[in-house]
Design a protein. Structure first.
Length: 96
């Protein structure tokens, strides 16, 4: 799946399939405005990708301390750009 296809899927009525990585599912739900569902998915992911999305979600929430913790766990620097840019960057990296 390309980044463009992933972004377009957010506009569909269908939730992402179970074959999609939980971190990507979390980004999908975040884009749909369901922070809680996104948060739960990335918490259960148990992976560096899940930790990265977890960090992004806490940055979006405004919880900078918690975000810093999760960026560190993910091995990623804390970004300074916009949240939209970060969402796209994470999605592109996870989609490969």
């Amino acid at each position: 799946m390309t980044l463009e296809e992933f972004r377009k899927s957010v506009e569909s009525e269908h939730a992402p399939g179970g074959d999609l990585d939980p971190a990507l599912q979390a980004l999908w739900w975040d884009a749909r405005g369901d922070w809680e569902k996104a948060h739960g998915l990335c918490q259960r992911a148990g992976s560096p990708a899940g930790d990265w999305v977890h960090a992004y979600l806490h940055r979006k929430e405004g919880d900078e301390g918690n975000a810093s913790h999760w960026y560190s766990r993910a091995g990623k620097p804390k970004p300074t750009g916009s949240l939209d840019d970060e969402w796209r960057s994470i999605a592109a990296a996870l989609l490969g």
